[in-house]
Design a protein around this ligand. Sequence first.
Ligand code: AMP
Length: 412
Amino acid sequence: MADLTEGQREAADAYARELAAFADALHILHVDRGAPSYREIATAAGTAGRMALSSSAISEAISGKRLPSMDFTLELVRQLVGPDQGMRDQWRERWKRVKLHQRQASAYRKQSGTRNKIGEGLEQPLSGGDQEVLPAARVEAERIVKDAQAEAESIIEAARIQAEEMTASATQMLLDATERGTIPVAARLQMREHCRIALVGPPGSGKGTQSLFLGKLLEVPVLHIGELFRINISGHTKLGRKAFRYMNRGELVPDEVTLGMLESRLRDPDTRHGFVLDGFPRNLDQAVAVDELLTRTSENIDAALNFEVGRDESFKRLVGRRICKNDSSHVAHIMLKPPRKPDICDICGGPLYLRDDDSRKVIAVRWEVWKAQSESVVQKYGAERRLVTVSGTGTVSSVTERAMSALNAYFG
Ligand code: AMP
């Protein structure tokens, strides 16, 4: 019996590895995904009248002794992972590669008469079952399983997004109903002469998003301090230039700048019956100052609304957040609410961008600043019994509803 040349040996080894990977992947796919038994698969396929996945063919595939047909493979994949075209294409390609190696190896076999050696190469690592499978095959098989899991996760994520969109459109209907005056009484805040609310949750707790809904439901304007700064920055005003470097680092803009800006906004007549103040106060001095500003007109902050979210959730929300250049209330999220076209706003077609301070590094600073300076504001309102705390997790509309009923209970 002639010895194999180096090239022949490589081809034979490649074939053995491919086949082992294939067999192992089928095995792991089956075991890890909790798929039905071989018999069930065979019966299901038989019932569907497509093809017979006989248990002997399956065990041959699993043992790696013989390459099963492409149809068999694709049917098996269909049975295991469902009618997923991407997965089927992947396996079709894989099958073709294995087949090619098989052909090459068999040509070498014929040519060199080394049947037994290749046969040994093929069977030896597989015959003892799981533990003896070639390491490369296992790595490959694990990758396939990982891909399948990632795919399953993305399907779950898509379902979640769909649910979120459905609830968002329900909220929109609620808002439309508010405008038409047909809103159910329970969803509205009981009639009040004024309603001055400060939102005080940590970064990424949803203050910006919720402020829009609450503003509409409470029929008061939203004063968003961060947004006022951003408008000044893009307008290259003196105030914008002052604020820019603090915001970019995730730090608070100095109080004298912030307070002046707020004071002039509070003089606008639309704030007379109240407002939703987003992002203010962020330290104890500001909390005292805003009450002082309001006391001049014998008013004060009626309630501070705190949305509770964890740090991890906040990071996930902020790094994926994309804001529309045309309108900052148009917000997408690359994972949770991906735009239909990449980087384009679904609502108005404007360009989406990542806020400079939504990088991981700056978010970490914003959290430190919140812990060091803003948490005490929450405690102050708590001690003065002006604090309303709700969980900020869940869909947008569920948080809005939670906040509205908590405010109702507080004012009631
Ligand atoms: P926001 O849009 O609320 O996340 O705020 C973005 C940034 O604007 C903050 O990180 C601060 O740099 C600045 N900023 C917003 N509100 C205040 C405030 N009340 N006092 C000082 N800086 C603020």
